[in-house]
Design a protein around this ligand. Structure first.
Ligand code: BES
Ligand code: MN
Ligand code: ZN
Length: 503
């Protein structure tokens, strides 16, 4: 990950490979940093605008080369679009664009000249958003590229340059926090990017143990199939039957507050590969089903980041992990599974496996007497149909928790939209022969899946996030290169912070 530095001053008297400044499309005045750079480079920025070569459209860039005798070797100008449409997320994207431009030019270091007043933002917020965008925009997954030319040089340091020392302390603190959160996002993206032959349930369990070992305040436990049988986790075991890989039930506990404080329990779906099982998926895009553990990855990474941030709360992460494969011992359509809660489930479709493994995890969560349960899962294609690829679906029983999530979503740019959970949906999942069935057909599929989950949450405030769309992108977005997004990590951390503020 790129190193982040914060400095105050004019950046003079040091040789600077590249300095980046922002510019609004409709600004009548350039920012103070632009004016300063303009002065130092003999009016280059002014010329750029006079010639109309740059209008400031969102993420438009221009690269300028000051005369050889100047300290600054390059200036990167980036557009922020129209001022009235500007927000934190646009700043993240613009900062990512700056960082990517620097990488394209094989630059090792980059200075970002920041002016919060010009952006109408708090200094700490602006610096954090810019740093976050740059770091996340530079992510790439090169683990399996062995040729050097595919691994070209990377930007090594990003220095955020503030005009005065006054805000240095607050900005340092904010950016340090951002760095920890981004580390979590990188970890989640790496786990999701890993192929399923490497990231097996056992390997995911090892990652959890490693996380606990390397951090204060976290304990991890990985339960295998024998103990699962003892606990009665027959839904999880049922899904795992078709696979030669042993299923794992991963438990992470973070203690950041007094024991008396009820924990928040996070539950993350981790199907390390979802073939659909006997109800086999079509071959096209089946490779993408290695990402069906993105919920589990988000939980693991968010707990790591929360510990790094030393957040004063108690957290539990529960990650049911298995493959979903067909085979001679696989569970079949028509089978009935007795879940850990005692409720029976008729399996109508073995591809609706996520809700089964979550059922046992949600029931297990009750033993912590949680203040709230949040689950996150790449649960339904129906959610992608309803909301599109970029938005997570939210269903839940607790207005307060939902409101805190909504706020966190707005702050982080990880978009969330609520779907209803009315009584009629509960009717739709009733089975003729067992208590409930695991598939209610295509209509309202995201909601009937959530209705299924709600049967296992007891009376604990609960919110479910369906990330089937936003977990994986097939096209680049401003600060999310295509592939794994690490969605959920930033959302959870922001949720924790908002939760702490409210309690
Ligand atoms: N993992 C899939 C959902 C999914 C689809 C995630 C596309 C990411 C992208 C889930 O296990 C699944 O297969 N759901 C079925 C449920 C149906 C059989 C009731 C679906 O959405 O088709
Ligand atoms: Mn499935
Ligand atoms: Zn699945």
């Amino acid at each position: 990950m790129i190193k982040l530095r914060i400095k105050a001053g004019d950046g003079k008297k040091t040789a600077l490979a590249a300095v980046a400044v922002f510019h609004f499309e409709d600004a009548d005045q350039p920012g103070a940093m632009s004016v300063r750079l303009d002065g130092e480079t003999g009016g280059m920025l002014n010329r750029l605008h006079q010639l109309n070569d740059f209008t400031g459209r969102l993420n438009e860039t221009a690269l300028l080369y000051p005369a050889a005798d100047r300290d600054i070797k390059r200036i990167i100008v980036v557009g922020l679009g129209k001022k009235e449409k500007f927000d934190r997320d646009k700043l993240r994207g613009a900062a990512a664009k700056v960082a990517q431009t620097a990488r394209e030019h094989k630059l090792r270091e980059l200075v970002l000249a920041l002016e919060a007043g010009y952006l109408d933002m708090d200094w700490a917020d602006a610096a954090a958003a810019a740093a976050e965008g740059a770091v996340l925009g530079l992510y790439r997954f090169r683990e399996y590229k062995t040729r050097n030319e595919d691994n070209g040089p990377d930007v090594e340091t990003l220095t955020i340059l503030l005009p005065e020392r006054r805000h240095l302390k607050a900005v340092r603190k904010a950016v340090l926090g951002t760095e920890k959160i981004c580390r979590g996002v990188y970890q989640a993206r790496n786990l999701v990017s890993m192929p399923s032959n490497e990231l097996t349930p056992s390997r995911l369990g090892d990652e959890a143990l490693k996380l606990a070992k390397s951090r204060r305040g976290i304990e991890a436990k990985v339960i295998g199939s024998r103990e699962m049988r003892r606990l009665g986790m027959n839904a999880l075991l049922g899904v795992a039957r078709g696979s030669r890989e042993e299923p794992k039930f991963i438990i992470l506990e973070y203690r950041g507050a007094a024991v008396s404080m009820r924990p928040l329990v996070l539950v993350g779906k981790a199907i390390t590969f979802d073939s659909g099982g006997i109800s086999l998926k079509p071959a096209e895009k089946m490779d993408e089903m290695k990402t069906d553990m993105a919920g589990g990855a988000a939980v693991l990474a968010a707990i790591g980041a929360a510990a790094d941030l030393e957040l004063p709360l108690n957290l539990v992460g529960l990650i049911p992990a298995t493959e979903n494969l067909p085979g001679g011992r696989a569970y079949k359509p028509g089978d009935i599974l007795r879940t850990m809660s005692g409720q029976t489930v008729e399996v109508l479709n073995t591809d609706a496996e996520g809700r089964l493994i979550l059922a046992d995890a949600l029931h297990y969560a009750q033993r912590y007497q949680p203040a709230a349960i949040l689950d996150i899962a790449t649960l339904t294609g129906a959610c992608v149909v309803a909301l599109g690829e970029q938005v997570a679906g939210m269903v839940g029983t607790d207005p307060e928790v939902k409101e805190i999530i909504r706020k966190a979503a707005e702050q982080t740019g990880e978009l969330v939209w609520e779907l209803p959970l009315w009584e009629n949906y509960q009717e739709m999942i009733k089975s003729d022969i067992a208590d409930i069935k695991n598939s209610a057909g295509r209509f309202g599929g995201a909601i009937t899946a959530a209705a299924f989950l709600s049967r296992f949450t007891g009376s604990v405030p609960w919110v479910h996030l369906d990330i089937a769309g936003p977990a994986w992108l097939t096209k680049d977005r401003p600060y999310q290169p295509k592939g794994a997004t690490g969605i959920g990590v930033r959302l959870f951390i922001q949720f924790f912070m908002n939760w702490l503020e409210a309690h």
